[in-house]
Design a protein. Sequence first.
Lengths: 478, 524
Amino acid sequence: MDIVSTLGRERGNENLLFGQALKVVNVGLDSFRQSLVDQGVGVVGVNWQPPLSGYIPLNETADGLSIDAINGRAVGKLKASRPMLVGLAVARDIVPKFSGKMLLHAGAPVGWRSMCGPMKGAIVGAILYERWAITEADALQLAASGDVRFEPCHHHDAVGPMAGVVSPSMPVFIVKNEPFGNLAFASVNEGLGKVLRYGAYSAEVIERLRWIEKILYGALARTIEKLGPIDLRTIISQALHMGDEVHNRNRAATSLFIRSVAPALIEHCAKSEAISVLKFLDSNDHFFLNLSMAACKATLASIENTPGCTLVTAMARNGVEFGIRVAAFGERWFTAPAPRVNGLWFPGFSESDANPDLGDSAITETLGLGGASMAAAPAIVRFIGGDVALSTQLTKEMAAISVSEHEAITIPSLDFRGSPLGIDLRKVMETAILPVINTGVAHREPGIGMIGAGIVRAPKECFESAFAYGASMFRAGT
Amino acid sequence: MRRQVLIKSGEYYDSITLLQVSTALAKTDGVRNAAVVMATAANKELLADAGLLTDEAQKADASDLLIAIAADDDTALRSAFGLAESLLKDSRAGRDTIGLERERPRSVAASIAQMPDANLAMISVGGPYAAAVAYDALARGLHVFIFSDNVSLEDEIKLKTFAAKRGLFVMGPDAGTAVINGASLGFANSVARGEVGIVAASGTGLQSVMSALSQMGAGVSQAIGVGGRDVSDAVGGVMMLQAITALQEDAATKVIAVVSKPPCDEVREKIVKQLARHSKPTVVCFLGSDEPSRPASSPLHASDLEETAYLVAALLKSEPPYLAIDALAERDSRLKLKSAELRQKLNPSQKYFRGLFCGGSFCYETQMLLQRAAGVGAVYSNAPLDKQFGLHDIKLSQKHTALDLGDDRFTAGRLHPMIDSTIRNLRILQEARGADVGVIYLDFVLGFGVDDNPVGSAQQAIIEAQRIAATAGREVIFLASVCGTDTDPQGLQRQEESLKQLGVTVLPSNAAAAKVAGWILCQR
């Protein structure tokens, strides 16, 4: 290249502004946008809000790598993930690092003393179920003694709804993320009413858990073994076209699951077993929830511990604190007090009866399902106190803090746009749009169960503290 | 009286919307006082001053919206809150009527996704946030125009250094105006496209020169406002130099004008050096510098904004610059006669000048011309040329006073006087009551983004002020200049006509008005 053309090119690079149509991004006063519109100038108005506290633009890692590029590759992995239900096993035999007198629970680490009512109830129930104690009093004493270790499900590749308690003898679903090979685990959903996950531990609760262990486990394990792996992403994708968001509404997904297992179940199990298992599945609209959660966990686990990646990999609540994890920061939790749910209450209950937000089920929202895909589930918007317009707005808001959309999981009412995918910590900070979560509400006393439902926003402090931690690891630009 | 503050967490509205709602509430029957603000520290202070702050509201943070109302009774309070909610809701609904608006992007990145060929970000968010938005836009390859003030000097330096490396422009912070590729940004006048390229470190200075040129039939190729601090020692004139270079290389630009307060020596030297590198005809106006005009030098030096426009017009027509200077001098001698005529209206005790300015550069230029050209002696100001003439109390004028009403101390919690005339109107009445006041001078600025009818907004105050003076047995001379063009939405001619009908003496420029004021008062 000769000198003249080199100079010419350099000069061209020096001034990119003159001699081309002005195309403006307006951030701030709307009157300036209007004035540009009046002049016929191309303008996009940013619906700007003050960012969260501590936000600074963050584009590169300490090594000078583009965070956008890293996140883009991570989202590629999320899209490529194929969570498959490959079987069931007893927790102690399959869940990693799960040994001795250990119980898993929802959310970030929490000690016995600090645990909320429903979680304490579930712990007592699990101790009775494991026969580590025979009476309630003994169980309480054991729980408080320090002889039982309590660890988050998330530390063991597992997830559990509400109290999320998993004990060593419980059967768990095994979900394998096909191209990457990582596993995730979830307990079997017990149904509604008096159930362990809401902190109930009466005889009927323990009885049901034993039935799941003795009958359902074997029957389903055998069925899946004969049937081969069940593609959970396909069920989720179909369910979103049938009005589920696979967190607070799982009716379609549960039905699809029953369809996929029923013939093999009848073929390979004793008739009485098959009847009781099918009746159990049929009576529980939320049976698929735990599978949905495990599918989301298996998918998100594929990007955990990705250096420089600012995508959120978990949101979870232990009933006291709300915690998030971010891909680049591995196992570390960033927590804030669990928010109260803005909910609709079942007759006879009110906000004063409600436990703060609880459960690992926000893993669905972490993957852009649940509240983030509310536009797919207009049937339940009134259940959470909203209208159809709100459901559309919520999904669009979540798209604004996500890196991409899932091509394989689409939302008909949004002209088949994909569900939001990959919550970027930086976008949450910049836009101050907090992830929305559909949730059920537990009574604050153990064993009473669900008293309402609603939506809740993840507390901003989690994101602010995660960002502050990350900002020290990344170069701030100049 | 009943008082209540409602906190709406996480609801954000821009400041103009909130001021509109506050104003509407305050005008409602039964409402004593009302403020609808984001709970920033500054706004909470304002609420406290107004007796509207509660303990709970004190704990709110900048992302919370506060609706504070004091009303005669519960009924009035309730209906005022109802009105506030519906006005806020309507402000959103208005946006929603424009089709795609429901899905307005929430960030610069999302905007670029919608408009991939975006090339400039116009930023007018609160000062503490503006730097981060600007940095984000620069990192994505956009030029930025920062209207916001209160951006730290440190951030300004960082942003400009970052931008300069990439050949990007940072106009501002506190840039009032720019015209880029024919599009007006910020408070800008409607001017024809043409061959004059202007770089200015002052918003109204830029508006003044380009409007005057436009009225003389000369159009603008590019007008670049770089913000007042650009030519300071700390920033080093980075953008001023970059803009001069760009205009020198721009084929569409035939004549260049550079307008600024006197830069520090080092920056001045760099500017002079850069200008010397190129033969393009150039006029430099270092407003307020001690240097006399040099209509024969290269580059030409002008001593005020009007002279700058005249010299540029001459260069454009390849006329000898001294002809332009002569024409101005001739005009001035006519104005001197006019001044002597006006002077007759004053009684001996009416000795003083009161200038109430929307335009910061006009305030500055007026002080300079009153002291230098007319020789009236000290002129006090909240933005004085010389620190020793700073006002003791900005609420009270003393002797000759020129007030920059765009000063933060006047605009805290309010809109700029170019948009909202309330502050100036009150001050007009206050000055009219002073027995020693002879001349009240008002500047009016037209263009995009400002008051739809600036003269109309001041009309009642002027009439009332004239009545106050008449009742006290004296007449106050009202002078005015209007910065604008015939194609501005408000129409230069229409505005000037309205002023004349009010008995106001309208001068063709700020410089002319300042000189006339000086001649009236010092020939006494």
